[in-house]
Design a protein around this ligand. Structure first.
Ligand SMILES: [Ca+2]
Ligand SMILES: [Ca+2]
Ligand SMILES: [Ca+2]
Ligand SMILES: [Ca+2]
Length: 337
């Protein structure tokens, strides 16, 4: 009996409970507390059918994230409408990247990525200050039999990165798919019929089904120390109509429309969430609002431009004011390496 108990104990140690993540579109306990919870009723239809392989609306009820063995696991609770609406996931996990989405990124998903970017006239989706996306993942779903399709691209500071189609899968655990070249794995369970409605957001934190995505951090170019931040939102079928379902959420906004004309600095709060804190705890250089590695005039301009609001909040009290200015002036110069 003792031998048996010891064997069980050792087996338990070898596969600790916190590392258990099943790719099935169901939110595992291992994800822990929400990184972001929806605060805005969906402008893209309240899914109410409750079947795993079909949704008649799109919503993002919350975001969950954890890292297991160097793989970023994202759980985006909610639904992706089975009409080929798009889930867009932008990751900022290294220096450089794109704060304004360029128009010369790789031709992925029928140029759907570039549909959100600069059309040559200086527009392009503008993320919140300091968020410089390095990687893009997108998925869509629909058809009969039901299928999802996934794409990815690298967003280089000067554009012209690589990317392409990852592959396809179906619903639930049996439909989950992993793509060997990238190590990316995807699952979806569309059975949520609760969560937010078009008006009521009180149930958002309770949703435990949705889109489950695993991406190796090294594949995305993570440097091992930077915070990993994620901006995820639901978009129209042509990557052409940015909904009001994003995490971080939009504080009651309606759908934003054509993504290349959207400036997320004008939407209250951060339309991204911190999936993984940078090593050393927290953002190493919070006053570096534009993320260029130096606290300088550009950051001061952003801070003064956001005075009184939530964008540019350095000390985390929810509003830009004298405390933030004091931190910025105290941190003036190069960020700590
Ligand atoms: Ca799961
Ligand atoms: Ca970046
Ligand atoms: Ca709902
Ligand atoms: Ca914002």
């Amino acid at each position: 009996m003792k031998q048996c108990a010891l064997t069980l104990l050792v087996a338990g140690l070898a596969t600790p409970a916190f590392a258990q993540i099943a790719m099935d579109g169901f939110r595992d306990e291992a994800y822990g507390a929400a990184k972001s919870v929806q605060d805005t009723g969906t402008g893209f239809g309240d899914a109410n059918m409750g079947v795993i392989d079909y949704a008649n609306g799109s919503e993002l009820d919350g975001a969950y994230a954890t890292v297991v063995d160097g793989v970023l696991h994202l759980f985006l609770a909610g639904n992706l409408e089975s009409n080929f609406n798009k889930l867009e996931v932008f990751v900022d996990c290294a220096a450089g990247g794109q704060n304004r989405l360029r128009g010369d990124n790789p031709d992925v998903d029928f140029s759907g990525l570039n549909r959100m970017g600069d059309d040559g006239t200086g527009n392009g989706l503008l993320f919140d200050a300091g968020f410089e996306a390095d990687f893009w993942f997108s998925m869509t779903c629909g058809g009969g039999p039901f299928a999802f399709y996934a794409n990815h691209a690298f967003l280089l500071t000067d554009g012209l990165g690589s990317g392409g189609y990852l592959g396809t899968g179906g619903a639930g655990a049996t439909g989950s798919a992993s793509f060997p070249d990238s190590g990316i794995a995807v699952a979806i369970d569309n059975s949520n019929f609760a969560g937010v409605t078009d008006l009521d957001v009180t149930d958002a934190a309770n949703v435990a089904t949705g889109m489950e995505i695993a991406i190796p951090l090294a594949f995305m170019g993570h440097d091992g120390t930077s915070a990993v931040r994620v901006c995820a939102f639901i978009n129209g079928g042509g990557h052409d109509w940015l909904s009001n379902q994003s995490v971080g959420p939009m504080a009651g906004m309606g759908n934003l429309g054509d993504p290349r004309f959207v400036d997320l600095n004008f939407v209250t709060g951060d339309q991204f969430f911190v999936a993984v804190e940078g090593s050393g705890g927290g953002t190493p250089c919070p006053a570096d609002l534009d993320g260029d590695g130096v606290v300088a005039g550009g950051d001061l301009a952003l801070l003064l431009g956001g005075w009184g609001g939530a964008d540019g909040d350095v000390d985390g009290d929810g509003a830009v004011g004298g405390g933030d200015l004091a931190i910025m002036l105290g941190a003036w110069g190069d960020c700590p390496a």
